[in-house]
Design a protein around this ligand. Sequence first.
Ligand code: FES
Ligand code: FES
Length: 158
Amino acid sequence: MASHSLEVNGVVHHVEADQNEPLLWILRDAIGLVGAKYGCGIGQCGACTVQLNGHPVRSCSLPVSAVAGQKITTIEGLSDGDDLHILQKLWVEFDVPQCGYCQAGQLMSAAALLETNPDPSDEEIDAYMAGNFCRCGTYNRIRKAIRTAAEMKNSPAV
Ligand code: FES
Ligand code: FES
């Protein structure tokens, strides 16, 4: 066991954990942020996606010792208080989720995509989101919400 200091959603947490403990379990069990989900546990499905310094990462496969002192954002930190992120608003408007299990991961990847590429094509969306699986097949609605968010961001008067 060792002590680790993590900045999650702007708050610093000190946790005791084995060096190799995956970040996902620290978030869920030690800090109580259960939005990121366990799917495959081997970095293949994207259900556990959070952002590390703004980039999507698979928290099931990231040892806590690798993220100390870095900026972690989870789905619980995506909104600005009660003000939902534009993607969260569109997720609601377009009824994106079905069972919902993959959706926190989908949103964290989609938000990171728009930060790095504010006007992605459908092909770029599909390529960026390819690591986030949805067994309910919500891909078309996810793509539509991302495209709409990009259009709204690029046309602020609309
Ligand atoms: Fe982490 Fe599947 S649970 S990628
Ligand atoms: Fe069910 Fe994606 S909404 S797995």
